[in-house]
Ligand binder design. Structure first.
Ligand SMILES: Cc1cc2nc3c(=O)[nH]c(=O)nc-3n(C[C@H](O)[C@H](O)[C@H](O)COP(=O)(O)OP(=O)(O)OC[C@H]3O[C@@H](n4cnc5c(N)ncnc54)[C@H](O)[C@@H]3O)c2cc1C
Length: 297
C-alpha cells in the first residue's frame, strides 16, 4: 500500500482529481473487483507526464484504464495508481479524410462523428463499448480492426517528458505498443462515404449486437480469444458450458463466450468459472483457450 509520503507527492502532482482507496468495480463493465490505492482522472498531457514520472520515481505501480470494458480487477484491488484520461483526451478533430481522436474518446462517438462527416471505415467498430486508447492497445474490432485504419498513434512513455508518434504493429486483439506507453491520441485514415448509408450501417450493427449479446447484464465482452480458424463461443457451447455458474458469475445462455455477472459476482468467481470452461473445452476438443480480457495487475 502507499506510504504517507507517496500519497502526499501524488496529491501535489496529480491535482484535485485524485482519490485514495477508490472502488474500481463501477469503473469496469463486469462490475467486480476491489479498490485502487490511488485513482486519478487526468485531463492534460502536462499533468499526465508529471504524474507518470512521479509514479516511476517513487516506484509506485501504475496502470491506465479506459472504460474497463475488457478489464477484470482482482478482489484485493490494485496496490498502486490507476489513471483514467478525461478532458483534453476526448477531442475529435476531422481534417479531410484524416481523423484525430483523443484516447479517451468513446469508440461510439468516433464512429458517429465519422459517419456524420461522410467518412467510412470505422463503422465496424460501433458498439464496442471502449475508448480509443483501449481499442488501440487491444486492436479492437470485428470484421475490421482499429489497426486497419490507424495512420499513427500518439503515445507518452512513462518517465519521458514528451509525446512521440508511433505506428504499432497490430495482430488479432494485440498491438506491439510498449507496456509503459500510454496512448494519448490516434490518427485514422478514412475514405469518403454517404452519411445516410453510413448511419444506417451503424444502426444495423448495433441492432445485431443487441440481438446476439447479453447486454442486459454486466460482462466484459468476449472472455476468450478465438483460436485460429475457430470460434471460442462454438467450442464452449460444444463443451456444454452454457449456463454454468460459479457464485454470481454465469456462462451466458445467449452467447457462450460471454461470462455475465448475475449479481454479487466476485472477480474470483469469474476467473474460477473461466478456468472451468477452459478445462472443459480442452477435454472436449483439445483446444487450449486463452483469455482475451486483461486482468489488472
Ligand atoms: C458488450 C461488449 C462487447 C464487446 N465487443 C467487442 C468487439 O466486438 N471487439 C473487440 O475487439 N472488443 C470488444 N469488447 C472488448 C472491449 O470493449 C475492447 O477491448 C475495448 O477496446 C476496450 O477499451 P477500454 O477503453 O474499455 O479499455 P480497458 O478495458 O479499460 O483496458 C483494456 C486494456 O487497454 C489498456 N488501455 C486502456 N486505455 C489505454 C491507453 N490510453 N493507453 C494504453 N493502454 C490503454 C488497459 O491498460 C488494458 O490493458 C467488448 C466488450 C463488451 C463489454
Amino acid at each position: 500500500m502507499l506510504s504517507e509520503a507517496q500519497r502526499a507527492a501524488l496529491r501535489s502532482t496529480a491535482g484535485k482529481n485524485l482519490e485514495f482507496d477508490m472502488p474500481l468495480a463501477p469503473k469496469t463493465s463486469m462490475k467486480v473487483g476491489g479498490p485502487a490505492a490511488a485513482y486519478a482522472e487526468i485531463s492534460s498531457i502536462v499533468n499526465l507526464a508529471a504524474t507518470l514520472s512521479l509514479a516511476q520515481q517513487l516506484s509506485i505501480p501504475w496502470a491506465i484504464i479506459g472504460f474497463g470494458s475488457n478489464l477484470l480487477v482482482r478482489d484485493e484491488g490494485y496496490p498502486g495508481l490507476v489513471v483514467r484520461l478525461v478532458g483534453d483526451f476526448t477531442k475529435v478533430v476531422i481534417n479531410g479524410t484524416r481523423v484525430r481522436a483523443g484516447a479517451a474518446t468513446p469508440i461510439v462517438s468516433l464512429c458517429r462523428e465519422a459517419a456524420l462527416a461522410g467518412l467510412s471505415g470505422a463503422e465496424a467498430l460501433v458498439g464496442i463499448p471502449g475508448t480509443i486508447g483501449g481499442a488501440v492497445r487491444m486492436n479492437a474490432g470485428t470484421d475490421v480492426e482499429i489497426g486497419d485504419i490507424i495512420k499513427r498513434v500518439e503515445v507518452l512513455v512513462a518517465g519521458e517528458p514528451l509525446q512521440t508518434f508511433t505506428t504499432p504493429e497490430f495482430s488479432y486483439r494485440r498491438s506491439s505498443l510498449d507496456q509503459r506507453a500510454v496512448v494519448t491520441a490516434a490518427e485514422l485514415e478514412l475514405t469518403p462515404g454517404d452519411p445516410a448509408a453510413l448511419q444506417a450501417e451503424l444502426k444495423r450493427r448495433i441492432a445485431r449486437r443487441n440481438a446476439t449479446q447479453p447486454l442486459e447484464l454486466p460482462n466484459s465482452g468476449s472472455m476468450f480469444r478465438n483460436p485460429r480458424g475457430n470460434h471460442a463461443g462454438r467450442l464452449i457451447e460444444a463443451a456444454g458450458c452454457k449456463g454454468w455458474e460459479v457464485g454470481g458469475a454465469q456462462v451466458s445462455e445467449k452467447h457462450a463466450n460471454f461470462i455475465v455477472n448475475r449479481g454479487g459476482a466476485t472477480c474470483a468467481d469469474v476467473l474460477a468459472l473461466a478456468a472451468r470452461v477452459r478445462e472443459a473445452v480442452k477435454e472436449k476438443s483439445g483446444v487450449q483457450l486463452e483469455l482475451e480480457v486483461h486482468v489488472l495487475s
